[in-house]
Design a protein around this ligand. Structure first.
Ligand code: NAD
Length: 354
């Protein structure tokens, strides 16, 4: 076995249907007396419910999270958090709500309780991506890692099939890239394979019956495992492309991950035979890239960048941006093959190694 470094992250995970009811106890365990609940506008009713469960130690609710964590939103929310004299944050929602709490924690060091309601996986990571001046900049710092995560599958029963599938594939993307990361290790490999397997089982069931509680819990478990992969290994071409398309062209996060992942994997496939072997087992398919595209297609999810708002004329610019400040990647990044990868993703063609 090759030498490796594995770093475990601190953090308490409370998993199970109905576990939201324990949120006040988690606030108490952290010794907090004035927590602010953070969410997006659509989830305000849920945020108010959480505030009610927390009771007197809740100092307020701020429902202003939006996608891609714009710095201007964070700075406005930060002022409210300071005015409320908060000593902790409770984020409820998808990656956007959790991202906002992380962005505030980055500037204040406030402890966080994260209650995810999608499968994006951000709650498990010390990673924060922020958007400013048309670019998304990502950094890794323990300051943003939530102290407590509550996974309650009941909160996901109302999550539409579309975002269920796309945020689930967003989670799978963390695990896929962890399998061929430069700093991969056997522990993260285990979580990656387990997370992908769980989500491959759960997502088609959820697409057929969004109220299937067992599938919802399995998807949350898979998202947890996949989030650990993002926390524990460096990401490569796939994440770089998605950050470029989201940060510079305003494409929606989870949908972009869903469309790009099969193509980014196909690009890297010739360079990562061990990861491909693991993926064949985890997905139960001889062609994991195609299986990923089919997972989305069969659930009615997106398979074309052209449907997500990218213009064909933007492809060259996106390639240039992705090459300008690239992440490490197992296969060297070359403009021609990369352009062909994005062209295929744009047109919704089958993923093939260019
Ligand atoms: P999101 O948080 O923007 O949520 C998508 C939509 O689903 C929103 O309209 C939201 O209101 C709705 N929604 C969420 N939960 C719901 C529920 N249970 N019922 C009904 N509606 C619900 O999307 P996302 O895909 O979860 O997160 C994307 C964001 O997360 C991006 O900004 C991305 O950069 C970030 N992210 C960060 C990391 C990290 O480690 N830093 C990892 C993954 C994603």
């Amino acid at each position: 076995m090759q030498a490796f470094t594995y770093e475990s992250r601190p953090g308490r995970v409370v998993f199970g249907e109905g576990s939201l009811k324990g949120v006040a106890e988690e606030v108490r365990r952290l010794g907090l007396e004035r927590v602010v609940v953070v969410s997006g506008a659509e989830l305000r009713p849920l945020a108010d419910e959480v505030a009610g469960l927390i009771g007197q130690t809740c100092a307020g609710v701020i429902a202003e999270a939006v996608m891609h964590t714009p710095v201007a939103v964070t700075e406005a929310v930060l002022m409210q958090v300071q005015r409320l004299e908060a000593d902790g944050l409770v984020a409820i929602g998808g990656g956007s709500s959790i991202g906002l709490a992380k962005a505030v924690a980055l500037r204040t060091d406030l402890p966080q309780i994260a209650i995810p309601t999608t499968y994006a996986g951000s709650e498990m990571t010390p990673v924060i991506g922020e958007t400013k001046d048309g670019a998304k900049v990502t950094q890794t710092t323990p300051k943003v890692l939530p102290e407590v995560v509550i996974y309650d599958a009941n909160l996901t029963l109302g999550l539409a099939v579309g975002i269920s599938v796309t945020s689930g594939i967003n989670a799978i993307a963390h695990a896929v890239e962890a399998l061929y990361a430069r700093d991969r290790n056997p522990i993260i490999d285990l979580m990656a394979r387990e997370g992908i397997r769980a989500l491959f089982e759960a997502l088609p069931t959820i697409a057929g019956n969004p109220a299937d509680r067992a599938a919802r819990a399995k998807a949350q478990y898979g998202a947890w495992m996949c989030g650990m992969c993002l926390a524990g290994a460096g990401m490569a071409l796939h994440h770089k492309l998605c950050h470029t398309l989201g940060g510079s062209y305003g494409l929606p996060h989870a949908e972009t991950h869903t469309v790009i992942l099969p193509h980014a994997l196909a690009y890297n496939a010739p360079a990562v035979p061990e990861a491909m072997a693991a993926l064949r087992l985890a997905t139960g398919s001889d062609d994991p890239a195609l299986a990923l595209q089919e997972l989305s297609r069969k659930a009615g999810g997106p398979v074309r960048l052209s449907d997500l708002g990218l213009a064909e004329a933007d492809i060259d610019g996106a390639v240039e941006r992705a090459l300008a400040n690239p992440y490490w990647n197992p296969r060297p990044l070359e403009a021609g093959p990369l352009r062909e990868t994005l062209r295929r993703a744009f047109a919704g063609e089958a993923p093939v190694s260019p």
